[in-house]
Design a protein around this ligand. Structure first.
Ligand code: PMP
Length: 404
């Protein structure tokens, strides 16, 4: 893990100045925020804050400009342009906007294809849609040995499929899925394709043009930004099929008693005052992440994760949920002997932050007959020493609980 020369930039995170002993292995839930991103957020509120799109005075014009520059920067960052990028409150918000606003000529028996690894945010909105229109939900299952999709997956995206909604990577196992191929198969059947990149965004360089998806979304707080900001890419095609789910200020061209007209383009999907500070900070976070990637972040995390997987594999009382390359620096395990919640609370007492539970992916856990697993996730600030502390504490926990 050290051969790449990447140095985890701990100094950029105030948390470790206050709590130098903290081992934070829950970045899949939310990443810690580096100082340049925080500074950008504060600078906005200190010097640049006003409501956007409304005021004609310089401060408001500048805030509007900052918002639109952030749109351009983030659009560029994911391989598109500003006309295709909508700001939301997060991935959950984006996916609900899509499920609520999409106008598809549904016939009873049409199919929505999801993977077994969906986060509830990319499953529940489609489940409700399926109930409303008598659609069939079809599952792309995971191979229980490799954790990847079985070779037969293309058969599941057939002529009745009108919508594909898949995660780019599992937030439980870390498995990355072949989303470009999935979208191509969906397009061949005339179906709309939606990608949930919430978990993948911090590890995978996104390029929506290469993916050929219709929509893709992620949340800023999982890519070293702050909470309350999401990014939603919308292709030209899906914009024609998508009604604004929220109505209000900032999205209308003209309102009258009899009828009203929406703005054209992405602004019609952004009713209400946006979280401009979080959006500006998100653009800063994208830049910070790109710099870290240029310094070798991806190889560093791949190496560290592989080493951790090996170490866990040497402990016969621990079983890793299946994953194969390519995968995120996110992994989950369980022990037939020690309950996941006992492990996580023991680790918490040792100052090690991990998560136990179903990780908002109950369809996957139920399918594999687990109630709860322990998830460990690494990020730019994770050191080998953090992982060593985890392993030592797990060994201690095993002694304590398995002998009890
Ligand atoms: N999808 C995936 C794969 C996720 O990991 C998460 C967050 N755990 C979400 C969607 C939802 O993101 P948010 O809570 O920021 O809306």
């Amino acid at each position: 893990a050290r051969a790449t020369g990447y140095q985890p930039p701990r100094d950029a995170f105030g948390l470790w100045q206050e709590q130098p002993e903290l081992v934070y292995l829950d970045s899949a839930a939310s990443c810690q925020v580096p100082e340049p991103v925080l500074q950008r957020y504060l600078q906005y509120y200190r010097r640049q804050h006003a409501n956007v799109h409304r005021g004609g005075y310089p401060l408001a014009q500048q805030a509007t400009q900052l918002l639109e520059q952030s749109r351009e920067r983030l659009a560029h960052w994911i391989g598109t342009d500003a006309e295709h990028l909508v700001f939301t409150a997060g991935a959950t918000h984006s996916l609900n906007l899509l499920a609520t606003g999409l106008t598809i000529d549904w016939q009873a028996g049409d199919e929505i294809v999801v993977s077994r690894a969906e986060h509830h945010a990319n499953f529940l909105p489609w489940q409700r849609l399926a109930e409303r229109h008598q659609l069939k939900l079809r599952w792309l299952d995971l191979d229980p040995l490799t954790g990847g999709l079985p070779a037969t997956w293309p058969e599941l995206i057939g002529p009745r499929c009108k919508l594909l909604a898949v995660t780019m990577a599992s937030n439980v196992t870390g498995q990355i899925f072949p989303v470009a191929e999935l979208c191509r198969q969906a397009a061949a059947q005339g179906a709309v394709s939606i990608i949930d990149a919430a978990q993948a965004v911090s590890s995978v360089t996104l390029d929506v043009a290469a993916l050929q998806c219709d929509a893709l979304t992620f949340s800023a707080h999982k890519m070293y930004g702050v909470t309350g900001c999401g990014v939603l890419y919308l292709s030209d095609r899906i914009q024609q099929q998508l009604q604004p789910a929220l109505l209000g200020g900032g999205m209308v061209a003209q309102v009258s008693e009899a009828q009203s007209q929406w703005l054209t383009g992405v602004h019609k999907y952004e009713a209400g005052t946006p979280n401009t500070a979080a959006i500006v900070a998100c653009a800063e976070a994208a830049e910070w992440l790109t710099e870290q990637r240029q310094k070798g972040l991806s190889d560093y995390l791949d190496g560290l994760t592989r080493w951790l997987v090996d170490e866990l594999g040497q402990r016969s009382w621990i079983q890793l949920l299946p994953r194969q390359a390519p995968a995120l620096p996110v992994l989950s395990f369980f022990s037939p002997e020690v309950h996941a919640y006992d492990l996580a609370s023991f680790l918490a007492e040792q100052g090690i932050a991990v998560r136990a539970g179903s990780h908002c992916a109950q369809p996957l856990l139920q399918h594999w007959q687990h109630e709860a697993v322990v998830r460990v996730s690494l990020a730019a600030y994770t050191t080998r020493a953090d992982c060593e502390r985890l392993l030592a504490a797990l060994d201690q926990a095993y002694q304590l609980f398995a002998d009890a």
